[in-house]
Write a protein that binds this ligand. Sequence first.
Ligand SMILES: Cc1ncc(C[n+]2csc(CCOP(=O)(O)OP(=O)(O)O)c2C)c(N)n1
Ligand SMILES: [Mg+2]
Length: 701
Amino acid sequence: MVLVRPLALRRRPAITRSRMMTANSKDTRPVDLTAIAAAHPDHWRKAACIRTLTLDAVAAANSGHSGMPMGMADVATVLFEKHLKFDASAPNWPDRDRFILSAGHGSMLLYSLLHLTGYADMTLEQVKNFRQLGAITAGHPEFGHATGIETTTGPLGQGIGNAVGFAMAEESLRARWGKKTVDHYTYCIVGDGCLMEGISHEAIGLAGRHELSHLIVMWDDNGITIDGPVALSDRTDQKARFAASGWDVFDCDGHDPVDIDRALTAAKASAGPAMIACKTHIAIGSSAQDTSKGHGALTDATLIANTKAAYGWEYGPFEIPADLKTAWETIGSKGAAERAEWEAQFAALSSAKQADFTRAFAGEMPKRLSATIKALKKQISESAPKVATRKASEMALEVINPILPETIGGSADLTGSNNTKTADLGTFDTDNRKGRYVYYGIREHGMAAAMNGMALHGGVRPYGGTFMCFTDYARGAMRLSALMGISVQYVMTHDSIGLGEDGPTHQPVEHLAMLRATPNMLVFRPADAVETAEAWEAALNQTGTPSVLALSRQSLPTVRSDHKTANQTWRGGYVLAESVAKRQAVIMATGSEVSIAMVAKAILEAEGIGTRVVSMPCMELFASQDDAYRKRILPGGAVRVAVEAGVRQGWDRWLLGERGREAKAGFVGMDGFGASAPAEELYAHFGITAEAVAAKVRDLL
Ligand SMILES: Cc1ncc(C[n+]2csc(CCOP(=O)(O)OP(=O)(O)O)c2C)c(N)n1
Ligand SMILES: [Mg+2]
């Protein structure tokens, strides 16, 4: 049955309440493999390559997930053979279709496909070394390990979240560059687990609203998860759920290549994003079929032998007969002509256009950026405004966005608070795909995952905001930005108790520490508008590292009123104010507490206690400076006090290490949650004041 909803009906789908499980339940009807194989022998043998490579690789690794690749082999074979636009010899061709395996535990499905179709790096040796140290065939697909892996998946639901971002990037670029340059689909395989994860709801809502017609999700509807049948924990009518969010919904017999082809053809033609419920049998053909045992590693030699016999497979482990390898390689090269055509038409674009396209896909900044930031800094230093750093971030974006046409900004329903929308962006919408501002709705996790997808797609540069406290909600995707090493900018405002009256539910205290603990993540907490402009410049120039800008709600004085062309924030930490009297103390601070440190310095200097103030807008960048530089900024001997309206964790390296000493080091900050009150009262209540910092220094002298 095909469910194609006419547009008019899509908004009000008929949902029948039923206790009967129609989808989501496992299909326990007997499967006649001989009949299936006989009906489509060529297809069957191709799909069997995926199934047997999976069985062999999982057995060799003695770990992994056999059932999902076995169950989805038919769908994947039809997709790659009949629909996916790709050329295995040019894996990074910008206009290729994207294939995302959201159900990342089924990694052998992807590795088999890449090997079979002839991706040069996915050798049989790599497949044999599945899950071993140094192999590109990691437990779950990892972006950057091998060509053809478009994103890192494994944390369920992330892939579908990424897929929405891929599809948005494609829409945006198609509008800007035209169909001849950008016109491709994003295909995504999800499992029951992906659809149970909350993030999928955010992704589905976003895709439905934006009518992302080039997004096609194939649901591996096998009715099984690790603990048993899906029915143990869920009775959601997934098809109705997608339809309710504005998707076009289809279904197919996931083992019938003709039916799969029909559903994919219809899905591509549909006006909205499409979901195909593919009814499949997990671990098909094995004794573990349709059971949760089939989910994991099938390593029993007899089971494997019997399963291969059921497939009619007569070859040895990892053996792909030559005719089948050739057939697969033909699939892998069928896009070559289309790719060559694309390249020819791209070469016909003006050289300026080509250069801009290539620059944006490489993530490089235009030369003008540096001069633009310098000019802004000069103007700020001269006018010395008292503004919140969230406002300063908007000031920076106002000059950045016009010269960086690839930025796509957004916010999770806090646009006015995050100050993420600038005058020139326009709104990304169904009737304005060129708009560069996305109203993500209250979907922090969906926003972060979509931004990952956009960054991975390439050609666009995503940034998005929410309250810093709600990084928790986006955390799963933020961690993957860092793990993948992609350039996503998180604009996290309301970064401390300084947000005031909204109270401890909204006041981050542990978030800076948590973000700093994340490898390969830059955490910027600028002190004023100058540092904020510098932080944006530093963040945008990173191609392999995401960054967080922790920004204040409250207004902050300009502490950098002396214009310096060099980007000080890029150093991570620097001397903001040198001691006047003989240096006895070094006060380190970030963000809103830098001005407190400056007042503390004035108090101490008045008492003859020479005090240096070090602004530390980015600990990670400071840590990456050479030892001589760090020593210059943090010399031994003096008392060290750090002040930050967050927990101490993360500061001890700078307080106790790097020539510091425990007996001469102290911290002024938070050691519990905040409270509801005006900001100034909270700072006084929690003892984060210039007087408290000065007192701490005196105590330690
Ligand atoms: C966020 C997250 N939670 C839990 C897991 C562990 N896990 C991996 S697969 C899986 C079950 C997934 O079920 P389904 O998507 O139906 O896959 P199938 O068993 O059909 O292969 C779980 C719980 C995970 N990978 N990611
Ligand atoms: Mg399942």
